[in-house]
Design a protein around this ligand. Structure first.
Ligand code: FAD
Length: 310
């Protein structure tokens, strides 16, 4: 065991998945595929590519997924899909395109209301009225793996956690096979949530979404929008390091690794990391936890240059 790792290998392997977003321009695309290549060394169980609400990233999400599966060879790539703001026929056509690219795993979502987070959700005329309806449609179309969202600290639109758990149950009863959570930093919140989910008779894996903090101000702002808390203890570990990038990086990697290891000690086996399309902090977290680096093989991606010239 590497002396610096926090989670002893003899306690058993932990699962890992990564989330990426579709790049907006060529420079971001180079960065994304370099990140994918850098992180493939950790042989994630799967990686996902997000999809903008209302189809705002449709073309870019499709291109990214197609390249990951077809060119890089990452067959275990999952496509996020939202159903808000689009008729069923349009969503179904996107499902067909993803399937034609080789997708066998969807992350099925409703998406934020068209007026943005906080505005009232209106089902689109002739569209899937909810995430559960989208899951049901996907399940009717094939034997896909279907992941859905979960909110340990409550979704901003929900009156309470019970309403969130009801929605999660509807999604699982419709055919979802896994839930991935919104990012959170307080593991007690997650554990309480998990107990309530299990009491509600939901038995699919609930995979914590872990967000290593590259930029504290941005994460605090984003957490406010999503209804997640950033505990004072974390703010005080990072806030004074604005002008010390190396120390900030080290502290941020420890915060995320400690969160993973604490959850692992509570019995959690799988972790989904929000990469923000950058590898250094994610790789540092994985190394610190003790995830094995594997030589390029099954899931290893060629470097971006090799992909570009392939
Ligand atoms: P649901 O699970 O359907 O609903 C979330 C909660 O909102 C429910 O539990 C319920 O209590 C409440 N709710 C839902 N509908 C109603 C209603 N009509 N009235 C009252 N309450 C209601 N967004 C993107 O745009 N693209 C992505 O790729 C993406 N990926 C994500 C991945 C993960 C793992 C997570 C956690 C979130 C992701 N999101 C993404 C964000 C997500 O789209 C938003 O949080 C959105 O507001 C809800 O979509 P959902 O599928 O989570 O909703």
């Amino acid at each position: 065991m590497n002396a610096r790792t926090l989670y002893p290998a003899e306690r058993g392997n932990l699962g890992l998945s990564f989330e990426y977003f579709p790049p907006k321009n060529e420079e971001m695309e180079i960065q994304l595929f370099q990140t994918v290549a850098d992180l493939a060394i950790f042989a994630p169980t799967f990686q996902t590519v997000t999809y903008g609400a209302g189809g705002s990233t449709k073309a870019r999400s499709l291109t990214t997924v197609k390249r990951m599966i077809g060119e890089v060879g990452l067959k275990n790539t999952a496509a996020h899909l939202t159903c808000v703001g689009a008729p069923k026929a349009e969503v179904d056509a996107v499902i067909d395109e993803f399937v034609a690219c080789g997708v066998r795993h969807f992350v099925a979502l409703r998406g934020d209301p068209q007026g943005g987070i906080g505005s009232a959700y209106q089902p689109f005329p002739g569209g899937y009225e909810s995430s559960a309806a989208l899951v049901k449609a996907l399940r009717a179309r094939g034997d896909f793996e279907i992941s859905v969202s979960a909110y340990p600290e409550k979704h901003p639109e929900s009156p309470d956690v019970a309403a969130d758990i009801d929605m999660l149950k509807r999604k699982v009863d419709s055919g979802a096979t896994r839930a991935i959570t919104q990012f959170f930093f307080d593991n007690d919140d997650f554990e309480r949530y998990l107990e309530r989910v299990r009491r509600a008779g939901i038995h699919v894996p609930i995979v914590p979404g872990i967000l290593p903090i590259n930029n504290l101000a941005q994460v605090v702002r984003f957490a406010g929008l999503c209804g997640s808390k950033v505990p004072e203890a974390i703010i005080s570990r990072l806030a004074h390091l604005d002008d010390q990038p190396e120390e900030r990086f080290k502290e941020a990697s420890h915060i995320a690794a400690e969160q993973i290891v604490d959850l692992a000690r509570r019995g959690v086996r799988d972790f989904h990391l929000y990469t923000m399309n950058r590898s250094p902090l994610i790789a540092a977290v994985c190394d610190l936890v003790g995830y094995a680096r594997r030589p390029a093989n099954r899931t290893a991606a060629p470097s971006y240059r090799a992909v570009a010239t392939a």
